[in-house]
Write a protein that binds this ligand. Sequence first.
Ligand code: SAH
Ligand code: SF4
Length: 350
Amino acid sequence: MEKIFAATLDKARKTTELSKEDIKTLLAAGEKESQALFQYADKVRAKYMGKEVHLRGIIEFSNYCKQNCHYCGLRYDNKKLKRYKLSYEEIYAAAKSAVQLGYRTLVLQGGEDNHYSPGDFAELIKDIKKLDVAITISFGEHDYATYKLWREAGADRYLIKHETADPVLYTQIRPGKTLEERLQCQSWLKELGYQLGSGCMVGLPGQTLDTLADDLLLLKKMDVDMAGIGPFIPHPDTPLAWGEQGTLEMTLKMVAVARIIMPLIHLPSTTALGTIHPRGREMALAAGANVVMPNVSPTEFRELYQIYPNKICLNDTPGHCRNCISGKIAALGRTVSNDYGHSPKFKGGR
Ligand code: SAH
Ligand code: SF4
């Protein structure tokens, strides 16, 4: 096993075109081999993405959602959750303070909430763009015309994870939805010139090593600009409450292999990783990741945006989070980027 691992890592040093079997071998690495995997991924990150870490400020604008994803605390059937939605003025105010704190990218994230009309949301995007900041939308599935409207309003990127590349598991955990529809959304977004963010959860009940390898191959096939790879964390008020949490080790291996086979993508060290381990985010930054997405939502609403439980930084202010994360990045010998952090594949637009 160790020999096969060493041979596969050697192959990875020569080519980014690894087979599914190769990827499975790397993901099956034991503790010692994993260290070699992380070190190599860190080297690839340093060579292609440099030592800058890009910070993306997340504004969680609404926890209303019409979907019923089995893994997520914001699902429609979770009647225990107190719902909130920020007004356009509140979203704009959060955006303005984040820009004042130095953020050059903002992520507008929410459940699939019908309270915001596509047209009004487009006006909000236009207003926020005037603050001289890159905008990522993470607002689920919409039709082509809506994505087009928001792109024309100035949105730069869209984050919509494929969640799992197993089409059967996908429909089980996202009732009424298909992987094909999700990928259709991703293709539209690319066609419209968005930088595309995708990703998956690690450790979903029913997921196998085979599926995880497929997740990485799908990211490569979709030619994504960013991949958010985080552990599944069971939420008590969801149908998957009984599931086991995804592990730190497997999530780090997924991040590392993603970096090795896709050297030029942005790879966040996810908040979910920071939630399952106090140094989870630092470990991912040392295993291929180059992005962190601190929360810039008003503190009073953070507690209500619990996609998964025990999310970190619930009582912190945006200013505190920025300082805290900048300190962690400096301690790793890395620097916080001052530019928009567009996809390197994207120079001059698609
Ligand atoms: N509604 C939008 C954006 C908000 S959900 C959407 O679904 O795309 C953002 C991300 O949270 C999802 O893509 C999913 O990967 C993650 N997520 C949801 N529930 C989770 C859980 N229990 N553990 C870990 N990540 C979770
Ligand atoms: Fe809604 Fe997104 Fe949660 Fe699914 S994952 S229930 S779409 S917020």
